[in-house]
Write a protein that binds this ligand. Structure first.
Ligand SMILES: Nc1ncnc2c1ncn2[C@@H]1O[C@H](COP(=O)(O)OP(=O)(O)O)[C@@H](O)[C@H]1O
Ligand SMILES: [Mg+2]
Length: 482
């Protein structure tokens, strides 16, 4: 009894014992321990640590600067600042170690050195945590990139390559559009550069340092378009949207709003859009107040809006309002003279994106590209160039390289409209199966029977390709073993 009392009443002894016990415990539990003095020289290292440090004897470490033993050590920093680093992951010889580092103080609390422990040399237990951190970091990067892309325009007129008449005319009109704030209508097939030109107009305009907001009308469900465009007043809904929310017009205030696929806008929304264009005011959902906005609208369409007006699915008054300055973007097949320059720019771009070191288009390659009719225009051209590069070992793209890729798409697309109306009507599943079978055969033929290549062209896995072959009872070609 009295013994215990005397121990408890002697706090200094407890403290001293605690220090020693703690140190001994930590040292025995840990995978390694090392200490330095104020000058960063090793004063202590335990036997256990020697193996990881690739040393044979303690004496090999004592007295040497810590960085000679552990090149990326942070021990010196702890000894200099007196700030502990309680938990860290340090790499040693390519292995991650979980470590803790603490300053050592004298009786007067002056920092005289630092001690580090390796808590664990197998961080399996921490793996879920580390994986989650990596995931969060990558999500954050993606979100930041998307946010900055959604609000900024990166293209300029220099990016719209070409000098043939259609492109020159479009560029000239776009230059005019940039000098004013009028509403612009860009029409052209998919992949002809509508979004590119919209960004270029914005960047060359007085609004360049204000937001460029891009909205694809076809991608928003009809029921959400109104709130997406005009926002929601606070208190209009319960729950998450209770606080209200800005619409795209508000976000784009002062800048440019790009409305892609305007032809898909529901009729009742067309009235509201027309009113904004006329009055320059928006009325958020659930609000009885209108507010001013200053937004230049650039609309784009790949359908014939005049035809939609005639059919009654697009309002004539909105059409005229959008059509103040109308710019027609020519399809690639009408710009044959620009093909070399456009290809050169796209290949340059692809190289700069980092995946390929060199890429060169040979005359036979260019000739093959010129024979194709490019229903997907420059976007499709870019895809074809990238695909050819994936399959090429040298980066020198020849006619053969494209012959392997182009005919599959070309035949399918050119043949489809001619035969479809005349063909017999068959159940959907049958037609689909037939289409699938023909696609597999086409790809196999184009790839000279090589399964991996054919699968690559169709952007499906080898395994999927084999499964589909089996489904249709198609023979596996001999050369497929390559
Ligand atoms: N004349 C051109 N010169 C260079 N690149 C172009 C040209 N036209 C289109 N592109 C490129 O083609 C791709 C598709 O263009 P985009 O503006 O998205 O087409 P759209 O909006 O008409 O579908 C983009 O990568 C764009 O940079
Ligand atoms: Mg587009």
């Amino acid at each position: 009894m009295s013994d215990r009392k005397s121990i408890v009443s002697d706090p200094e002894t407890v403290r001293a014992r605690a220090m020693e016990t703690l140190f001994e415990r930590l040292e025995s539990l840990c995978e390694g321990a090392i200490a330095i003095d104020r000058a960063g020289r090793v004063v202590y290292v335990n036997e256990k640590y020697l193996h990881s440090l690739r040393l044979n004897h303690v004496s090999e470490a004592i007295g040497r600067p810590i960085e000679e033993i552990i090149p990326n050590s942070l021990m010196r920093r702890v000894a200099e600042t007196g700030e502990p680093i309680l938990l860290d992951i340090m790499e040693l010889g390519g292995e991650p170690l979980v470590v803790t580092r603490m300053p050592i103080e004298d009786e007067n609390r002056n920092v005289i050195g630092a001690i580090g422990f390796v808590l664990s040399d197998h961080i399996d237990n921490l793996k879920p945590l580390i994986a989650r951190m990596a995931q969060l970091e990558s999500d954050l990067r993606l979100a930041k990139r998307q946010l900055s892309q959604a609000r900024t325009a990166r293209f300029t007129f220099d990016d719209y390559v070409g000098t043939t008449s259609g492109i020159a005319r479009a560029k000239e009109l776009a230059g005019r559009a940039a000098r004013q704030s009028v509403t612009v209508l860009l029409s052209g097939e998919t992949g002809t550069g509508k979004e590119l030109l919209a960004q270029a107009i914005h960047n060359a305009s007085a609004r360049a340092d204000k937001p460029f907001v891009s909205v694809n009308v076809a991608a928003i469900p009809d029921t959400l378009i109104e709130s997406e465009f005009f926002g929601v007043a606070s208190g209009a809904y319960t729950g998450a949207d209770r606080k209200g929310r800005d619409g795209k017009f508000r976000t784009a205030d002062g800048g440019t709003l790009f409305l892609d696929e305007i032809g898909e806008m529901p009729l009742q929304l067309q009235v509201k859009l027309l009113r904004v264009l006329q009055e320059r005011e928006i009325e958020p959902v659930g609000s009885d107040k209108v507010t001013k906005v200053d937004v230049r609208v650039i609309a784009a369409t790949n359908v014939d809006l005049q035809k939609r007006v005639n059919e009654g699915t697009f309002r004539a008054d909105l059409y005229y309002r959008l059509n103040v300055l109308s710019i027609e973007l020519p399809p690639l097949r009408d710009c044959a003279g620009d093909l070399p320059e456009i290809c050169a720019r796209l290949l340059d771009d692809i190289i700069h994106s980092g995946d390929y070191l060199n890429a060169r288009l040979t005359p036979s390659g260019l000739a093959a590209l010129a024979r194709y009719d490019w229903p997907g225009n420059v976007r499709e051209l870019r895809n074809i160039l990238e695909r050819a590069l994936i399959l090429s070992d040298s980066g020198r793209l020849t006619g053969d390289d494209f012959a392997r890729i182009l005919p599959v798409g070309a035949e399918a697309r050119i043949a489809a409209p001619a035969t479809a109306p005349a063909g017999a009507v068959v159940p959907y599943a049958e037609a689909e199966a037939e289409f699938e079978r023909r696609t597999l055969e086409c790809a196999l033929a184009a790839a000279n029977g090589q399964i991996s290549e054919a699968a690559k062209m169709l952007r499906i896995s080898r395994a999927t390709f084999y499964k589909k072959l089996a489904k249709f009872g198609l023979a596996v070609p001999d050369s497929s073993s390559v």
